[in-house]
Design a protein around this ligand. Structure first.
Ligand code: GRF
Length: 214
């Protein structure tokens, strides 16, 4: 056994309910071997960053408008992550696409959660309620959420975990969003826990067998 801990860096933009679920899992010992080293938001008023401040966590607001281009903004984020010795970067409702500045600094070390069964209903512009509107409009019988490694192709990195959610005939995009979100809160901490254990064991992450919840 090692007493090493994997330091998580969280990037978020809004509500932060996935971040809260991860935080709770760390606090209650369900996510053993991990600690939250820093929480970074691009929006100063994001409820997620306000919650992190209330919890006494290390936080930072890094706003794109303060930088001449996306790479410079990502470099500032990278500097902050390095200052906090972050091992694993967790996107939790972060509404920006990462540049190679971050992707190259954290190969196979950036996770994201998406509110559909990827590869369906993913990619640029497929965010928030739009995902659930498209699923309901297509008459799908099932949707869900997916945790994946972040690569240059948006929402297309290796899949690390999925949870299926049935779509009922009376579901609206809003009701489906709520059902999927509840499962995101189950899935994300479990996948992070598995990745943390693999990192502590020195195992590669890229070809990890995905966690499938239902
Ligand atoms: C979630 O639906 C997640 O799948 C997507 O953005 C949303 C973030 O919600 N990437 P929250 O901020 O974690 O509540």
């Amino acid at each position: 056994m090692t007493d090493r801990t994997i330091s998580l860096g969280i990037l978020l933009s809004g509500r932060g309910s996935n971040f809260r679920a991860i935080h709770e899992a760390v606090e209650t010992g369900r996510l053993a071997g991990a600690e939250i080293a820093v929480v970074i938001s691009n929006r100063p008023s994001a409820p997620g960053i306000l919650f992190a401040e209330e919890q006494g966590l290390e936080t930072a607001v890094i706003q794109p408008k303060s930088f001449p281009h996306r790479e410079a903004c990502d470099q500032a984020i990278l500097d902050m992550l390095k200052d906090h010795r972050v091992d694993l970067l967790v996107l939790a409702g972060y509404n920006r696409i990462l540049t190679p500045v971050l992707l190259k600094a954290f190969p196979e070390r950036i996770l994201n959660i998406h509110p559909s069964l990827l590869p369906a209903y993913g990619g640029k512009g497929m965010v928030g309620l739009k995902v659930h509107e498209a699923v309901v409009a297509a008459g799908e019988k099932a949707s869900g959420c997916t945790v994946h490694l972040v690569t240059e192709d948006v929402d297309a990195g290796p899949i690390l975990g999925r949870c299926e959610v049935p779509v009922d005939s009376e579901d609206t995009p809003e009701s489906l969003a709520e059902k999927v979100l509840a499962q995101e809160h189950r899935l994300y901490p479990q996948v992070i826990g598995k990745i943390v254990r693999q990192m502590l064991a020195g195992e590669a992450i890229g070809n990890t067998e995905a966690i499938m919840l239902s």
